[in-house]
Design a protein around this ligand. Structure first.
Ligand code: ATP
Ligand code: MG
Length: 358
């Protein structure tokens, strides 16, 4: 095939009946062969990728603070925009800044409360991405809706399209993490610290080390996330650790030392490799007393992951020896696994023997 520019790809010559007839009469004058749908699609993805990647900034800039500063500056000085299509029609939206990216997605701020999620095209070939991206979007949206219905915190997502030349690339928007600040909800992004709105070394649950190291003080922040773990088990909503991010939610209390509760904050459900099973919205919570060992182990692992993550932030400025922090964490892990198991048995008994209704 002849070498073509992106714009050639995106604007294949339109064949009118007469030009088509002329072309069939004299094959040598026909010009490049018309592109098939896949080629046009791949060219559109490439065009999107070159639009959001500044030509003069080194690749991988996103992964270090200096690079992120350069990118922020580039985005603030240059007006980058995309045509977004949704049920209200087509509109031009400025790309304000790059929020972060992972192995398969990239988030870009469209307005203070909206992030646009597009595929990260730095790693995999476009053909592979185009094949899976639509599936990824529907899984993200379906699981997020399911998990919100059963009471989890998760950003609202919406499918949109990006109109690039004549092609529509699917994408989705998400409530931005920062937009939750005004509701007193601060996010810990487990994989990208710089994306967390619970700011590392700035935000803490407790004011002093003495408060931090008092086991009783953890009852208030831990109690709500234990209910979240129970929901994960009862609804078999086992979506893997990528999606189990955390939020610290303001909860004013005169009795508790800590003024926040820990919750799961769920996003990033889909995988590059395999399809994600979407639980039925109508499914009922299920107890399974034959699996008590598995449940205890699952709950322990959840509590362990939660505390490792929270302690990383909480003890970041503390200067307490690591061994002492680890020993304290293990004590809490044991305690809250026990608390969880007691709550599990209690709920099971209540559901099996509902109180007599008058
Ligand atoms: N709603 C949002 N608001 C702000 N930033 C976001 C939002 N959604 C995603 N991001 C940013 O995009 C990054 C990648 O998102 P996500 O974790 O969904 O993608 P991923 O490619 O599956 O990641 P990984 O490969 O690490 O699993 C996040 O870590 C975060 O930096
Ligand atoms: Mg992921």
């Amino acid at each position: 095939m002849n070498l073509m520019t992106v714009s050639d790809f995106l604007n294949p010559p339109v064949q009118t009946p007469s030009s088509a007839a002329a072309a069939s009469d004299s094959p040598s004058a026909a010009g490049p062969e018309p592109l098939n749908r896949k080629e046009i699609e791949h060219a559109a993805y490439k065009a999107l990728n070159s639009l959001i990647n500044p030509p003069d900034i080194y690749s991988g800039a996103e992964y270090d603070p200096e690079g992120r500063r350069e990118l922020d500056e580039f985005y603030s000085k240059n007006y980058l925009s995309l045509n977004i299509v949704d049920e209200n029609g087509i509109r031009k939206q400025q790309l304000i800044k790059r929020l972060g990216c992972g192995g398969s997605k990239r988030a870009i701020l469209l307005d203070p409360s909206t992030a646009l999620l597009i595929p990260n095209m730095d790693i995999d070939p476009i053909s592979k991405i185009a094949e899976r991206w639509e599936r990824n979007i529907s899984e993200e949206i379906a699981v997020s809706e399911f998990i919100k219905t059963i009471g989890f915190l998760s950003p609202s997502l919406k499918k949109v399209h990006i109109s690039i030349s004549d092609f529509m690339i699917p994408a989705y928007t998400s409530e931005s993490f920062e937009s939750f600040n005004s509701k007193g909800i601060f996010i810990i992004d487990q994989k990208n610290k710089h994306s967390s709105s619970w700011k590392y070394r700035e935000k803490f649950l407790f004011k002093t080390n003495a408060e931090r190291l008092e086991p009783e003080n953890w009852n208030s922040p831990m109690s709500r996330v234990i209910v979240d773990i129970m929901q994960l088990i009862l609804y078999k909503a086992n979506f893997g650790s990528d999606s189990k991010n955390l939020a610290l939610v303001e909860k004013r209390s005169e009795r508790a030392v800590c003024q926040h509760e820990i919750r799961y904050f769920c996003f990033d459900f889909s995988s590059k490799m395999r399809t994600t099973e979407i639980p039925e919205l109508t499914c009922n919570p299920q107890f399974d007393s034959t699996k008590i060992g598995w449940i205890e182990n699952y709950a322990f692992n959840c509590i362990n992951e939660i505390l490792i993550s929270i302690f990383d932030y909480e003890f970041s400025n503390s200067r307490i020896p690591r061994d002492q922090i680890k020993e304290f964490r293990e004590k809490l892990e044991k305690k809250y696994t026990q608390v969880f198991m007691e709550a599990y048995h209690k709920t099971e008994t209540q559901l099996e023997n509902p109180p007599h209704r008058r």
